[in-house]
Design a protein. Structure first.
Length: 252
């Protein structure tokens, strides 16, 4: 099993890509702290994996809160004695608004989850990795929206920001063997659209040419397969990279 006895924290674990990542990781022998805000969904996920090869520990937390980001890493170390991998998967959409119509409220909401959450989690994880002294592995689920105009101004900015944080981390901690890679999904069949609410129609109309080039919609398993590779020792010499999982959308 590729992830046998690896201690892993996965955020956004109760639905969509995060749920599939947790399922596949636990089946592959990983010890997973599954983080999300919805307790009942985490409990159902845990119950469904009761006979799997690995272990799952549900953790109710909100990544926009620094104390929760620290606590989830501490929970992994307390439960499993170490941290091997952090998967920053939690994320939300904006409302497709352009820069002329975006709001401070939406900015604070999206940036709190999409940028501050991964940053706070990575800060704590890197501190643990440095203390352990044997390297570490960070995987962040970003978006092709960091380069394609596939959503609103705030969403694109949030994904570009987290990409920069991840690449910086990969570079500055390369000598400590702390790896940091990015998965950039294209159109994936998840519940993330529910975080958008009513779209800004002006912004939505303006990005339609980009949406029209999307070659298809992927599934959560497509992202889980990429995460499995990056979490395993098969990718031991890969760091600072952005892996697009988009059916060729960004090739246009």
């Amino acid at each position: 099993m590729k992830l046998e006895n690896k201690a892993i924290v996965v955020t956004g674990a109760s639905s969509g890509m995060g749920k599939v990542i947790v399922e596949e990781f636990v089946k592959a022998g990983a010890w997973v702290v599954a983080v999300a805000r919805r307790k009942e969904r985490l409990e159902a996920l845990s119950a469904s994996l009761s006979g799997a090869a690995g272990k799952i520990v549900p953790f109710v937390g909100d990544v926009s809160k620094g104390e929760d980001c620290e606590a989830m890493i501490d929970a992994c170390v307390k439960e499993f004695g170490k941290l091997d991998v952090l998967v920053n998967n939690a994320g939300v959409m904006d409302d497709m608004a352009t820069v002329a119509e975006c709001t401070d409220e939406k900015y604070n909401y999206v940036m709190g989850i999409n940028v501050y959450g991964p940053l706070a989690a990575m800060r704590k994880a890197v501190q643990v990795f440095l203390t352990q002294g044997n390297g570490g592995n960070i995987i962040t689920v970003s978006s092709v929206g960091a380069q394609h105009q596939a959503a609103g101004a705030i969403y694109g900015a949030s994904k570009a920001a987290v990409n920069a944080i991840c690449r910086h981390t990969a570079f500055v901690y390369r000598n400590e063997k702390i790896r940091c890679n990015i998965i950039a999904p294209g159109g994936i069949n998840t519940e993330i659209g529910t975080s958008m609410g009513m779209p800004n129609m002006d912004g939505f109309e303006r990005i339609k040419p980009v949406q029209a080039m999307m070659p298809g919609v992927g599934e959560g398993m497509d992202i889980a397969n990429a995460a499995m590779f990056l979490a395993s020792d098969d990718s031991a010499f890969i760091s600072g990279q952005i892996l697009a999982v988009d059916g060729g959308w960004t090739a246009f």
